[in-house]
Design a protein around this ligand. Structure first.
Ligand code: NIG
Ligand code: FE
Length: 404
């Protein structure tokens, strides 16, 4: 099927000049792929001749499908109790040190059945899909034992197999120290490295992540996880410099990391390392907001160095219980002073790059035909609204997505 999608303002996100987009734009998709994109008046007769189906988009704004490149969508339980504790003065780190935090979610995740994990994660994924997400990264990291990490990653794959969204999985075994390894962090890192080959052999791992932080893993331990990833040819990412500067970014960049994420405490050296290795900076305004952080990521330094900036929900129960990618565009602008254009690039082109996906995130010939038609007059409205979902229609791999 070759479809002409016409009567739209098409914002391709294919480079900085593509803003706000082509009026009277059109897209021709051939199967799952974009064949042509441009102003309708410039549609070549040869391409027109192959069109078998036409859809009028009613003057909507069209952007690439959103890519949420950092989520922890699969877990048991909730952590609203910790939200209350923090409001009365406890800190995220003190709660973690007292055995709450990630560990409490680990206990709830281990106790949950596969079905319960799937049902809860699918409910969350539907919320993201409803706001235009067509590609979604899901990390493990709440199982922290081979069997439970595998269960979580299988649930993540099942989300991709059953809902209209592409799922990329990331193994985050080095997220926190599970209670059975208390006082034996190095032994647990050995265990994490030992889990990886079997998970990879089962096709459950697209990338490997770690949490390099005072309350999690040291740089030397993170290095060992990255070496295990490299031995299997897997790309790495890192939760880096979120609460303090651990120089995790420099380490990740040594391994050619796809992305370093959070980055509130990133140093000038870290910025330079990212620029050299072409690593994407993934900013997570939901976690910044929810933890009421005050130290801003060095956005201007990242810009000046030409580091691509992505934006994601970081959906997780402890620091970012966020299911609205559009709200993250807004917060990226209000909290981090990104422009609406930068924010949208952060959830399309740069997010795809943070996942190592060259076939999406921008609307150009040869790319996947993943796009969203929005009831807005200008794409900057996507970052301006707080609440209210203007999505009219999602097209994924060339076909209209039915509400899941
Ligand atoms: O991305 N920083 C570490 N990981 C998560 C938080 C996980 C949790 O608290 O459950 C994050 O913010
Ligand atoms: Fe995270």
């Amino acid at each position: 099927m070759t479809t002409l999608w016409r009567h739209a303002r098409v914002t391709t996100m294919d480079g900085p000049a593509a803003w706000p987009g082509l009026d009277d734009g059109a897209i021709v998709s051939e199967g799952a792929t974009i064949r042509w994109v441009g102003a309708l008046a410039a549609l070549p007769a040869s391409v027109r001749a192959g069109v078998t189906d036409e859809r009028d988009l009613g003057g909507a704004c069209v952007t690439p499908g959103l890519v949420d490149c950092h989520t922890h969508l699969v877990y048991g339980g909730e952590r609203a109790n910790e939200f209350e504790l923090r409001l009365s003065g406890a800190t995220y780190e003190s709660i973690a040190k007292a055995g709450g935090g990630i560990r409490s979610t680990v206990a709830a995740t281990r106790a949950a059945s596969d079905e319960a994990l799937y049902a809860a994660a699918a409910r969350r994924a539907r919320e993201l899909i409803a706001e235009g997400v067509t590609t979604l990264e899901i990390k493990s990291g709440y199982g922290l034992a081979a069997e439970h990490e595998a269960r979580c990653l299988r649930v993540a794959r099942r989300i991709g197999a059953t809902l209209p969204v592409d799922v990329r999985t990331t193994f985050l075994g080095a997220h926190a120290l599970p209670p059975e390894f208390e006082g034996r962090a190095d032994d647990y890192v050995d265990a994490v490295c030992a889990m990886l080959p079997a998970l990879h052999a089962e096709g459950l791992v697209d990338a490997v992540d770690a949490f390099c932080e005072r309350i999690a893993f040291a740089a030397a331990q993170t290095r060992r996880v990255f070496e295990a990833a490299r031995a299997l040819g897997l790309p790495v990412k890192l939760h880096a410099e979120q609460l303090s500067d651990q120089r995790g970014t420099e380490l990740a960049c040594e391994f050619g990391a796809l992305s370093c994420d959070h980055l509130e405490h990133l140093s000038a050296e870290g910025v330079a390392a990212m620029a050299r290795s072409g690593t994407v900076a993934v900013l997570l305004p939901g976690a910044f907001y929810f933890l009421r952080e005050t130290k801003l990521p060095p956005v201007q330094a990242l810009r000046d160095a030409g580091v691509p900036i992505a934006v994601a929900t970081d959906h997780n129960p402890g620091t970012s219980p966020v299911l609205s990618p559009l709200l993250m565009l807004s917060m990226a602008c209000t909290l981090f002073r990104l422009t609406p254009q930068e924010a949208l690039a952060g959830m399309t082109a740069h997010a795809a790059r943070a996942l190592g996906l060259a076939d999406r995130g921008a609307l150009r010939p040869g790319a996947r035909a993943d796009f969203v038609a929005w009831d807005v007059a200008h794409p900057h409205e996507l970052a301006y609204r707080i609440g209210g979902n203007p999505r009219r229609l999602t097209v994924r791999a060339g076909a209209v997505v039915e509400d899941p």
